[in-house]
Design a protein around this ligand. Structure first.
Ligand code: FE2
Length: 184
């Protein structure tokens, strides 16, 4: 049984551990080890969306539903993050900064029940490669919405300030495409 209130309390308790990020990864891992329970609690995905489950200056917890085939351009967080999947798949491509701009620096494919820890300097782009929804819990060790950070043009890698509204628009557009494909 996944209980959101208890999960938030466990994440808050993890912040007090010697290694908050490692403790958070354990907490998220325990949750997504029972993906059906998480889906039951958060709802079966019907559309792509970014839902704030908890938001404080030192902790943000998001429920991300990636629509089939959707991608988000490279961006950084400037705070540590832990991602856990309770359905579908998330393809992460990592980048690093060089004098010539961003270069690809590996990737990680996350499957249901997988978790990954991202350091505060990580730059990544995310794709749902499947024709079904992907459900993820993203936990950030700070205020995800207030912290200044960057996004990068997917083609030119030009850096610009991260725009939360633009990211939300990406989900709306993915849903519109989905409805067109479904004929309604
Ligand atoms: Fe991200």
């Amino acid at each position: 049984m996944f209980d959101l209130e208890r999960f938030v309390a466990d994440c808050r308790a993890a912040l007090k551990e010697h290694s908050p990020q490692a403790a958070t990864k354990e907490t998220v891992g325990r949750a997504v080890a029972h993906p059906g329970d998480v889906e039951q609690a958060l709802g079966t995905p019907q559309e792509g969306k970014l839902v704030t489950l908890y938001h404080a200056p030192d902790l943000t917890i998001l429920n991300l539903i990636w629509a089939p085939g959707m991608s988000i351009y490279p961006h950084d967080h400037r705070m540590w993050a832990v991602i856990g999947l309770y359905g579908g798949r998330e393809d992460n491509v990592f980048y690093r900064r060089t004098a010539r701009g961003l270069v690809k620096a590996g990737g990680k494919q996350l499957e249901t029940k997988d978790t990954v820890s991202l350091g505060e300097r990580v730059i990544h782009a995310v794709t749902n490669p499947l024709s079904q929804f992907t459900g993820a819990i993203h936990v950030y060790g700070g205020d995800f919405f207030a912290a200044p950070r960057s996004e990068f043009d997917p083609e030119t890698f030009e850096e610009r300030p991260y725009d939360v509204e633009k990211a939300k628009r990406l989900f709306r557009e993915a849903n519109e495409r989905l409805h067109v494909q479904q004929g309604g």
